[in-house]
Design a protein around this ligand. Structure first.
Ligand code: S3P
Length: 183
């Protein structure tokens, strides 16, 4: 794989944001609307290792997961066709992943969702996320996310665009992304 391939696929859309910000659900719906392939980075990792993300964390540990995540991200970013890619909440914050994303696409989009909404959504679905699965109350979830997201925001904010989404309404976010693509 050539990282410095000059045929950069600049029009691909990369969805960035904390866990629970709607990257996967928005990516899937958007792909039907604009007819781009949809790729979910976590799903690709799971397919490659034939294990769930939680199982990978348990068996190999987070550091090994991050290495695999980096390698598969590089492979996807070197694809030649246009696609929508949903990355994991931690992806932009490890290795040189965020700079790599910026160098390969002009449409990196940070989906910014308020803490209160993230905590509520993630508390209901914490089992799927090894980083959150041991948190035992909604207040602790809120406290954890507040600190964790604070460390990650500087990476997320390097994205080319930010879309704030305060409601459970993917449609609005999708409309905003389509507006961005017209620019
Ligand atoms: C992670 C986010 C997850 C997944 C893994 C680690 C993180 O992806 O990659 O559990 O560090 O924020 P989603 O953001 O799609 O849940």
């Amino acid at each position: 794989m050539d990282l410095y391939d000059s045929t950069n696929n600049c029009n691909s859309i990369i969805l960035i944001g904390y866990m629970g910000s709607g990257k996967t659900s928005i990516g899937k719906k958007l792909s039907k609307k604009i007819n781009y392939d949809f790729i979910d980075l976590d799903k690709e990792i799971e397919k490659k290792l034939n294990k769930s993300i939680s199982q990978i964390f348990t068996d190999l540990g987070e550091l090994e997961f991050r290495k695999i995540e980096n390698i598969i991200l590089m492979k996807i970013l070197s694809l030649k066709h246009q696609f929508i890619l949903s990355v994991g909440g931690g992806t932009p914050c490890y290795y040189d992943n965020m700079n790599l994303i910026l160098s390969k696409s002009k449409y990196s989009i940070y989906l910014k969702v308020p803490l209160k909404i993230l905590s509520k959504r993630l508390y209901l679905k914490k089992e799927k996320r090894p980083i959150l699965s041991n948190i035992d109350s909604i207040n602790n979830m809120k406290e954890f996310i507040a600190k964790h997201i604070f460390e990650r925001i500087p990476f997320y904010e390097k994205s080319n665009f930010v879309i704030e989404s305060n409601r459970d309404d993917d449609k609005l976010v999708i409309e905003k992304i389509i507006e961005i693509l017209k620019q």
